[in-house]
Design a protein around this ligand. Structure first.
Ligand code: AMP
Length: 278
């Protein structure tokens, strides 16, 4: 496994590996969710590239950029175990030698839900995704359904800008009790982790109600009701949306629907989502 910290090292490493390329982009603090992306990517191409970079551009001024966990050795051990060929872990100076003047505008989908609570977040995400695509020229790139709105925006960028890469989605990896795996789960105390289970439980309640009653509105109402009564959980949003555009579904809609939720448990903001098969 080659570990590259500069763009020059990356270029050299890429030149010495021949064949189709799969890319998995991460911010490190790797867990089973990241590993599942790597396993699928490993199957999909001859060369597997993983990037580990906590991208400052996608954090708001009062978010957890400095506190974000950066367990270098443990992360490299995960990559090694998943048979990664090239790990790209650049410094900020390598990625942003100067503040970028040319920016990706993610458009209206970036102004709702995650984008409403985290202004500028998706512009920062698309900026780094575009840059790492440019640097690694992958044939295929894998992203988690956990960050469903991010995935939809990346697909839109690739489509709108004719970027020559195939985007594949990987289902959400969860703990046995239903909690969606997230690097931010490490912020939770044991008691908070218990409280956080309400988020996936609320989405499951929504899925069940949606399937029973056959509408997006029924799914949303049931999930909201469940989460509103959950102790220790402060809801940011619970919505039933179009999985491609993230526009809110009409309550009577019977179209394919994604139930999305964001909530704070203590100081930690968590997101989750589930498809409702109406
Ligand atoms: P992050 O390190 O949080 O930026 O995530 C890197 C990639 O891993 C993104 O494509 C995420 O959607 C994906 N990912 C994170 N958590 C999970 C999970 N629990 N299941 C599936 N994919 C995930």
């Amino acid at each position: 496994m080659e570990i590259c910290t500069t763009r020059g090292e990356l270029t050299q490493a890429l030149a010495s590996h021949h064949g189709t390329r799969a890319l998995v982009m991460t911010m490190g603090a790797l867990h089973e969710g990241h590993a599942s992306l790597m396993r699928q990517a490993r199957q999909a191409a001859e060369v597997l590239i993983v990037s580990i970079y906590v991208n400052p551009l996608q954090f708001g001024p009062h978010e957890d950029f400095s506190a974000y966990p950066r367990p270098r050795e443990a992360d490299l051990a995960v990559c090694e175990a998943e048979n990664v060929d090239i790990v790209f872990m650049p410094t900020d100076e390598q990625m942003y030698p100067h503040p970028p003047l040319v920016r990706i505008d993610p458009g209206p989908m970036a102004t709702v839900l995650e984008g409403a609570t985290r202004p500028g977040h998706f512009a920062g995400v698309l900026q780094i995704v575009h840059k790492v695509f440019q640097l690694t020229a992958p044939d295929v790139a894998f992203f988690g359904q956990k960050d469903a709105q991010q995935l939809a925006l990346i697909r839109t960028m690739v489509d709108d800008l004719n970027m020559p890469v195939e985007i594949r989605a990987v289902p959400i990896a969860r703990d046995d009790d239903g909690l969606a795996l997230s690097s931010r789960n490490t912020y939770l105390s044991a008691a908070q982790r218990e409280q956080a289970l309400a988020i996936s439980a609320a989405l499951r309640a929504g899925v069940v109600a949606g399937q029973r009653e056959g509408t997006a509105g029924a799914a949303r109402t049931a999930a909201r009701k469940y989460l509103a009564h959950a102790p220790g959980v402060r809801v940011d949003y619970v919505h039933a949306v179009d999985p491609q555009t993230f526009a809110q579904r009409d309550p009577e809609s019977t179209e394919p629907t994604l139930l999305v939720a964001a909530a704070w448990v203590g100081e930690t903001r968590l997101i989750d989502n589930m498809e409702v098969d109406l």
